[in-house]
Ligand binder design. Structure first.
Ligand code: HEC
Ligand code: HEC
Length: 223
């Protein structure tokens, strides 16, 4: 039996306090980043587009897992959760880092702190990150990725990867192009993208892609 992932507090358990207000604002920023953190965002993606279920979902990039493991040594320096959160704006949002004392940053940290309540600090909790996928020995096939994209993804993300709007509001995020993530994003690494896709997409049937299909799609999105 797989070890059990951490279960964050219930959504309705946010306390009616000043701290709770910051948590609510942080959650809003997390799921509607362009709307509530506009000056720091350079594309059309929200944090919650890649960290699913408002950042709570196991094997879909949960933020409680990051909280338990920070600060930690990362790429040559000690990274706090605040620094990793700032980096997310630069790398994944094509934007710039909110200053250390900004309300945007402290609200996001309050949200993550709240959702991590009850978790063991320092633990490598099951459910962190995305489910890793072994690269197929045959190497990725971009042509097959294009075919799979047309069959399983374009309905939501659009034939040109542009996402889909409804009443002038984006309902499905863009997956390539200037309004999506760029080469600096963690998701631009093929192994990370394949793991993300295998864990979370297609949206209505996550886990249905084979490892080979996930790599083919990752290679296609990258191209
Ligand atoms: C384009 C997809 C994408 C978007 C948008 C995105 N992230 Fe991430 N984020 C990732 C991926 C993928 C990782 C995992 C990196 C890895 O495992 O190497 C990550 C990692 C992180 C980490 C570090 C986790 C750790 O354990 O060190 C934090 C914190 C984080 N993201 C917060 C955010 C916040 C806050 C936002 C919004 C401002 C955001 N992310 C937007 C994809 C995204
Ligand atoms: C039913 C609609 C739907 C389908 C089909 C679907 N997605 Fe998604 N996808 C979403 C939604 C919605 C999100 C944002 C996550 C959220 O809101 O929980 C997302 C997020 C993403 C992201 C991360 C954010 C971004 O825009 O870069 C990628 C990459 C992605 N999907 C790729 C794919 C691929 C590849 C397929 C086909 C295997 C696929 N999706 C199928 C709805 C869909």
């Amino acid at each position: 039996m797989a070890p059990r992932a951490f279960v964050p507090p219930r959504r309705d358990a946010i306390p009616p306090t000043f701290f709770g207000d910051a948590v609510l604002r942080g959650r809003a920023i997390f799921d509607h980043t362009g709307r509530y953190a506009r000056p720091f965002v350079g594309n059309a993606l929200s944090c919650g587009d890649c960290h699913l279920g408002e950042g709570r979902e196991a094997d879909a990039g949960p933020l409680w897992a990051a909280a338990a493991l920070c600060p930690r040594f990362y790429r040559g320096h000690m990274a706090t959760l605040a620094v990793r959160t700032q980096a997310a704006f630069v790398q994944s949002e094509n934007g710039r880092a909110p200053p250390p004392d900004s309300v945007v940053l402290t609200d996001l940290l309050a949200y993550v702190h709240w959702m991590s309540r009850g978790e063991a600090i320092g633990a490598r909790t099951p459910g962190r990150g995305y489910l890793p996928v072994a690269a197929p020995a045959r190497g990725p096939d971009i042509g097959r990725g294009a075919m799979l994209y047309a069959q399983q993804c374009a309905v939501c993300h659009g034939g040109q990867g542009q996402g889909r709007q409804y009443n002038a509001r984006l309902i499905f995020p863009p997956v390539w192009g200037p309004r999506s993530f760029g080469q600096r994003a963690s998701l631009a690494q093929k192994a990370v993208l394949a793991a993300f896709l295998r864990s979370t997409m297609p949206y209505a049937d996550p886990g249905s892609l084979t490892a080979g299909a996930a790599y083919d799609l990752a290679a296609f999105l990258d191209a």
